[in-house]
Design a protein around this ligand. Structure first.
Ligand SMILES: [Zn+2]
Length: 155
């Protein structure tokens, strides 16, 4: 059995909201993804991460592009990186990319589908919709107190 998870995270990987702001944002998310009557219950998880945590797109990942040389970065390299940091999170996003050796940061790479890093996350398990609209994301960001982006994972 597989799951689809739509996550909303702050655009700044280090940023965290207050509890009250997070509660208000989670309430809006629940309104926007209410589930289907008689269908599967939508589950919403609100998480504060102690360390920088990857919010990856799982099996939706098709390609990682290098923003410096344009090469495709081996997804095995990415998978090994996730494996190595899955328990303690990421101490830093600084990285030397394997293609051209440039010093970059992990959140600057071109992920298709998008991946991100966060210390706060609202995750919607098996939502009855694909993506939030730009207007909905803007409204969520306004309530939360920081602009947000969305990641969709298939796991
Ligand atoms: Zn490169």
């Amino acid at each position: 059995m597989s799951d689809d998870v739509l996550s909303v995270i702050p655009t700044d990987p280090h940023w965290q909201p207050s509890k009250a702001a997070a509660d208000r944002a989670a309430a809006i998310v629940a309104d926007l993804a209410p589930g289907t009557p008689g269908g599967v219950d939508v589950e919403i998880d609100v998480t504060w991460h102690d360390t920088l945590t990857v919010v990856d797109c799982g099996q939706n990942l098709e390609r990682i592009g290098c923003p410096h040389c344009g090469a495709s970065i081996d997804t095995e390299w990415w998978a090994a990186l996730l494996e190595a940091n899955c328990e303690d999170g990421f101490a830093t996003l600084a990285v030397e990319v394997p293609c051209c050796g440039v010093e970059s940061t992990l959140d600057a790479l071109d992920y298709d589908w998008p991946c991100g890093f966060a210390r706060f996350e609202i995750a919607i398990w098996n939502p009855d919709r694909i993506w939030f609209t730009d207007e909905e994301l803007a409204a969520l960001g306004a309530v939360l107190g920081h602009p947000v982006r969305q990641i969709r994972a298939h796991i």
